[in-house]
Design a protein around this ligand. Sequence first.
Ligand code: SF4
Length: 422
Amino acid sequence: MTVTTALHPDLLKESGQREVFCGLTSIVWLHRRMPDAFFLVVGSRTCAHLVQSAAGVMIFAEPRFGTAILGERDLAGLADANEELDRLVGNLLERRPEIRTLFLVGSCPSEVIKLDLAKAAERLNRQHRGQVTVLNYSGSGIETTFTQGEDGALLAMLPLMPTPEPGQNHDQLLIVGTLADAVEDRLRTLFERMGIPRVTSLPPRRSTELPPVGPGTRVLLAQPFLSGTARALVDRGAELISAPYPFGVEGSAAWMGAAAAAFGIAPATVSAVIDPLVERGRRAIAPHRETLAGKRLFLLPDSQLEIPLGRFLARECGMELVEVGTPYLDRQLMAQELELLPAGTQISEGQHVERQLERVRASKPDLVVCGLGLANPLEAEGIATKWSIELVFSPIHGCDQAGDLAELFARPLRRRQLLTFA
Ligand code: SF4
């Protein structure tokens, strides 16, 4: 079904077959972020293959995720499936006593849907009290897209976040969304230099060191795909800072500026910290802008980063946006980004993959950002592509990373130029 909506004249809503990774994929960056956590996918062999191939070589190291495969045998009775799960968890915790938080991650095979993982988590919490906390969330492809798995994992952790004592001062800036450790350290230093007293993170680096949340907590989203977590934090009394996302120089400067304003920090203090970064970031983008300016870009819906990235590539790199696809459009969390997009940008929400591919072919873009499954066929048709999954795994946040971010898009265009002239 394709409809245009009166709410946003340039929004095309589509539904139909989609080519998007499921939420299990987010385990790949979440397990790196929290080394004391373990992600146990309760799923089929397909799920095991997805996680293993998405995680690449890491599975051969000391993996912090695994798959409890439920097959035909378990369909015979749910009691069997629960017993099987308990046995697997028992073995795992015996082998890996260092695990502090165990996430049971649901998937979409029908035998898993029938299994109540919330109840299983409760039961396992009773069995292993004092050793490990067991949480559950869904990474199922029916319910979640690629990045929504992180939203589910954070929502599962939220009830464990302490509530500050009444009367205590709990002013804090809570950065929500996984960042590369080095990028996070850098941003923390910058916020501290501006005078923000306390900076905390969700997810934390240790799964058991969850920050408190309540009045005084100002939430700054580092990722645009955390709608459920953002709303649940607000329900706990936190205040959500409205800002663009920290991609590119402009978005990162506005993101940091919005956080500083939420703490009443004088604009001159903010400028003293941010201006040199802005200057340096713009210089780093300049050589890539030469490659990107004037090139036509089509973003297919996959990671939910498409709107902020489209904004960066249009405004700072001079690219022309043919269409910006997003798996779903959260108008509140995207409000500032939508304002920054060039007027008349065609946004599409959801996916009807065949129709969208027809539009790609008809518009002959210079570059398509898409999931792995679509990249190879498009490359074979002579269209340069960029894998959106790479953008979630790469450290791309902040002014200091703006040059690297631009380079990620310039590289496939340069490669194609070389192939054309070879
Ligand atoms: S959760 Fe569903 S979509 Fe994801 S790998 Fe498993 S079967 Fe496939």
